[in-house]
Design a binder for this molecule. Sequence first.
Ligand code: DAH
Length: 351
Amino acid sequence: MNDELEVLIGNATTAFAAAGTPSDLENAKAQFLGKSGRITELMKGMASLSVDEKKSRGAAINKAKQAIEAALNGRRQALADEELAKQLKQEALDVTLPGRERGNGGLHPVSLTLERIEGIFGSMGFDVAEGPEIESDWFNFTALNTPADHPARSMHDTFYVEGGSAEAPNLLRTHTSPMQIRHAVQHVKRYKSVIEAGESMPEIRVIAPGRTYRVDSDATHSPMFHQCEGLWIGENISFKDLKFVFTDFCRTFFESDDLVLRFRPSYFPFTEPSAEIDIQFQAGPLAGKWLEVAGSGQVHPNVVRNMGLDPERYIGFAFGMGPDRLTMLRYGVNDLRLFFDGDVRFLSQFN
Ligand code: DAH
């Protein structure tokens, strides 16, 4: 092969190497192997040669052509390999990376408390009742022996809502106590024939947890808060039973057998006598302090009457406690608003 053909092969190889993409490579190919490419030109140039010369020249050009084709194929393969390598790199999966898990949800601390309360009272034979958050004046106040001039009825304390009448407006319940009446009325209805026959009605033993509302907002008050009502009505249920039940509940709830309770005389329209219940831890950061956790008392005869029962025969106790406050005491939270801000950093600590 003469120098001219060697140079041509060299040029072709260089041109192919310079082609960065398959289409560049096809263009470069055309220059050498195309219809009017260099090889074709050389073939045409053989016309004037003798038969012998044609033979040797033709063989040399063919060899050069094969060499150029080999260079072309080599470059094609290299470009294809590069492309594949690039693609593999782009699509690479690092199987050693930690997985992207969906965070596990969990219960709100107050919900955990409510579950705990329901579990403990459930084990003592209490039912769990739920009722409406929009309440009527009758259930929230009047039926609970709360006179029309009671301060809790003030516009400053209570969220009134549309509906109802001027004398009996609807409102967001200010406590769970209306559930005492609602539940007892249902119970009395269910056992109507037993009661009318003068036989003993099964006791009413119920708790009613839920949301309650008052116009109040600071570190220890929120316009929406939780309460849990308790009611036990029978023929011989006394203050002694209240003390026993509530003491047992608090000791179980706080997992503290030496927790001390104090029943401090107080006033509620729907109980007589009434007591505020304070607890005292004997150990831990709150040891020695009296902490108020509930209102309670013997259900007032007028309330028993509004339940549809004879107060001469039926008697019992009620209490109302604040699950938000119980949660704060149990976990050592000092600002009630944290429960309702919805900050996951705070809330996730309880799960
Ligand atoms: N309803 C009262 C309040 O919100 C709490 C309460 C006190 C409930 C005495 C009771 C009770 O059942 O007997 O302040």
